[in-house]
Design a protein around this ligand. Structure first.
Ligand code: DP6
Length: 326
């Protein structure tokens, strides 16, 4: 038995995972593609302790309860079953994202938990299997396992995991995240997926994904933001169209969200290479060249309603930072 600490970055999807083909296995309705965010990290330590009556989990110095605790316990159960052990675990996880930015991420959380827990249980998994395990905890977590840019494809439990498309050093693309709201979102992505299929636009979005995904792949390969930006924006808007037309509808946008989206379009018309995307929340991710990042950050900070801006380049994959076997 052992103790291990792993670090992971959350990721921003350029083609979104929204809707599941299998709820229990987190098999997505469509392939997705993302970039890890170097500037944001989750660090998680797991120690399996003989005699501990139940799993003890702390997230950002608070004891985990309710659904958050249940999801971690279910993931630890998967690791225990794979490793054929019964011991309960002591888990401490912390995020370095500025408090209350609404960026708390299940992707970095389950990527770090998967690596720390498997190593603490004595298992050494290759990247594909680790990505598959992370997917079972949270779908988007499978994309945080590989470094840089990753695509998540495959439609069966054994084949559904993320693979690297390009390493972080391939392209210094920047994500300037405009934080327009600090409160916690009403319906998180985990619960929102089930609503996707109630939208009349659901099938239309899924039908559009292959062409958009192909454009994003080319953009990354050629380091060409203009080649992929329109596809990134189209899929973000399509996903929010599905969200807004679900029953009940999910409306994450705030006035400041729209202000940022419109500013991005104006700046682009003026010659700046910048494109937006969004997750299940009101904050706007602005993709730009590294050379323009300081200018983009300055402009975003000057927009009314923008409370903070975080800038990140492409991040590493999940990594082990500390490890002891007892
Ligand atoms: C909008 O990975 O959080 O961020 O598999 O239920 O844990 P679960 O969902 P989750 O969904 C992420 C949705 C998204 C888009 C994306 O990251 O692709």
């Amino acid at each position: 038995m052992g103790k291990a600490t792993a670090v992971a970055n959350p990721n921003i999807a350029f083609i979104k995972y929204w809707g599941k083909a299998d709820e229990a296995l987190n098999l997505p309705a469509n392939p997705s593609l993302s970039m890890n965010l170097a500037a944001l990290t989750t660090a998680t330590t797991v120690e399996f302790r003989p005699g501990l009556p139940n799993d003890v989990v702390a997230i950002d110095n608070q004891p985990a309860t309710g659904q958050a605790l249940a999801r971690v316990e279910a993931h630890l159960d998967r690791v225990r079953a794979w490793a054929r052990i019964g011991d309960r675990a002591w888990v401490v996880s912390s995020n370095d994202f500025p408090a209350g930015t609404g960026l708390a991420s299940s992707a970095s959380a389950f990527a770090a938990l998967s690596l720390a827990a498997t190593r603490a249980a004595g298992l050494i998994l290759d990247e594909a299997v680790l990505s598959r395990l992370a997917r079972l905890g949270s779908g988007s977590a499978c994309r945080s396992v590989s470094a840089g840019f990753a695509v998540w494809e495959g439609d069966a439990d054994e084949t559904s995991f993320a693979r690297q498309v390009a390493p972080p050093a391939h392209w210094d693309l920047c994500d300037a995240i405009a934080i327009v709201e600090h409160r916690h979102k009403e319906v998180g992505s985990h619960d929102g997926h089930a609503l996707a299929r109630t939208s009349p636009f659901y099938a239309a979005r899924l039908a559009a994904v292959p062409e958009l995904l192909a454009a994003v792949r080319v953009g990354i390969q050629e380091r060409n933001l203009a080649a992929m930006g329109p596809a990134v924006e189209a899929d973000a808007l399509a996903m929010h169209g599905v969200m807004m037309t679900s029953r009940p509808p999910l409306l994450y946008w705030r006035p400041a969200t729209v202000a940022v989206l419109q500013a991005v379009r104006t700046w682009r018309e003026e010659g700046l290479s910048i494109y937006f995307t969004m997750d299940a929340g009101p904050n706007v991710h602005c993709l730009c060249r590294a050379a323009d990042a300081a200018e983009v950050e300055k402009r975003l900070r000057n927009l009314p309603g923008v409370q903070n801006v975080l800038v990140s380049g492409p991040g590493s994959g999940v990594r082990l930072v500390d490890y002891h076997l007892f």
